[in-house]
Design a protein around this ligand. Structure first.
Ligand code: FDA
Length: 394
């Protein structure tokens, strides 16, 4: 079996790359050990796939080399992917500003990519185990459960480590190391937090309650909803901050972003002195959370009128609500993480073709590379953009 391009991984980046390489006249084969192509696409965005973000800029990505992603993202923009899906009749909706989802099902995105591969003449072999990848002079040779395959170029699009049950493996990282590339430490990103002991029990009692918050860790701050869960905290705000959080560190949660609680409480005390703190809280939070807050901090009788609260007591509540410091026990880990932080050091890759410098027969695209997007469709946009840049230049 001889191919111009063999792509390892029939996920978002691999399928996009295959279609582009096929359209440019190359004989292309995509290999995947899974039984289905695009499994992560199918489960993404709650089954509706948040396939891009119209506001994509390089600032939405984490990488040790923040400028690496610029070239590919500039060449293949969200509008290009929107044009592609619209050509395939995929209806879409903009849920949160800029975030585009399928109107019906993520299956539509996989259908689009598989149709593109078919039209471009790219072959796909699923259920295929790859045991070895070696350089053979100017080309590459793969040992697989289908037999030996010779390839002019091997593209590694095997993704990151998140959700092993969906077929995620460290294959791409091992291969990178085999060829002498540096791989930065990996850790789960966009992942819910777990809490321990008292806070875990408190969060569990509120499981299902969601509130808008501003959460920060270090110099990063995210304004998004937070969700209490049986294990701890989730929701877009927590997923976002998990990508920048360091184990052992506290996060700061502002439960009333946009409201200066110290000033509001003083004003309420002056204007409505007979009002109770519980009433003030219920006006701002879901009832279950307002009640929980009073139980967590039982230092004052909640039925006392605000007039009886000293400045110091009001300031205490201001800290609790505007600057709640909480130390997560950890995260839910690879089991539920949406992405992998870290990965193949981009210093060894061309940002135009994604080839390994000094070894153009080997390329790395998508999530396996040390480029990780924030929540909101950026990770797929990176998969499309890196797939296109690599596929067109193979
Ligand atoms: P991807 O993981 O898609 O594909 C890798 C492929 O390689 C897989 O098919 C795998 O089976 C194969 N493979 C792995 N090891 C192999 C081996 N040893 N041999 C052969 N094949 C191998 N992003 C976003 O922008 N919007 C969203 O809505 C979501 N939602 C979301 C939800 C959930 C639950 C998850 C887990 C992730 C998301 N993401 C997301 C992230 C997004 O799914 C991810 O960034 C892309 O799928 C990455 O594309 P890749 O092609 O790089 O890897």
């Amino acid at each position: 079996m001889i191919y111009d391009v063999v792509i390892i991984g029939a996920g978002a980046a691999g399928l996009m790359c295959a279609a582009q390489a096929g359209y440019s006249g190359k004989r292309v084969l995509v290999l995947d050990h899974a039984s289905k192509a695009g499994k992560k696409i199918l489960m993404s965005g709650g089954g509706r796939c948040n396939f891009t973000n119209l506001g994509t800029t390089p600032q939405h990505f984490y990488s040790a080399n923040p400028s690496f992603c610029i070239s590919a993202l500039k060449r293949y923009r969200p509008e290009h992917f929107v044009e592609l899906v619209e050509r395939h009749g995929v209806e879409h909706v903009e849920k949160t500003p800029g975030q585009l989802f399928c109107a019906t099902s993520a299956k539509e995105i996989v259908r689009t990519l598989l149709t593109e591969c078919e039209w471009a003449g790219a072959e796909i072999a699923l259920n295929t185990k790859i045991t070895r990848v070696e350089r053979q002079g100017d080309a590459m040779q793969l040992s697989t459960s289908l037999g030996n395959i010779d390839a002019g170029v091997v593209v590694v699009a095997s993704g990151g480590l998140s959700i092993p049950t969906m077929g995620a493996t460290g294959f791409g990282y091992d291969l990178a190391r085999q060829f002498g590339l540096e791989v930065f430490d990996t850790r789960p990103g966009l992942v819910p937090f777990t809490l321990s002991d008292t806070w875990k029990a408190r969060a569990a009692e509120l499981a299902g309650v969601s509130v808008p918050v501003a959460v920060s860790a270090g110099r990063h701050c995210f304004n998004d909803p937070m969700l209490f869960t049986h294990r701890g905290l989730s929701g877009p705000a927590m997923l976002q901050v998990s990508s920048v959080w360091q184990p052992g560190e506290s996060i700061m949660i502002n439960l009333l972003p946009g409201e200066n609680v110290a000033a509001s409480l003083r004003e309420a005390r002056q204007v409505t002195p007979k009002r109770q703190l519980s009433t003030w809280l219920i006006e701002r939070f879901p009832k279950r959370l307002a009640q929980a807050l009073l139980e967590w901090y039982p230092d004052h009788d909640p039925t006392r009128p605000l007039a009886e609260y000293a400045n110091q007591a009001l300031d205490q509540w201001a800290v609790r609500l505007n600057a709640w410091q909480l130390k997560p026990a950890g995260t839910e880990g690879w089991r539920t993480a949406e992405v992998t932080m870290g990965g193949v050091n981009t210093a060894m890759l061309s940002s135009k073709t994604f080839e390994v410098k000094g070894l153009p027969q080997l390329r790395f695209i998508g999530e396996v590379v040390d480029v990780t997007g924030e929540l909101g469709g950026y990770n797929f946009q990176w998969a499309w953009a890196s797939g296109v840049a690599c596929g067109q230049s193979c």
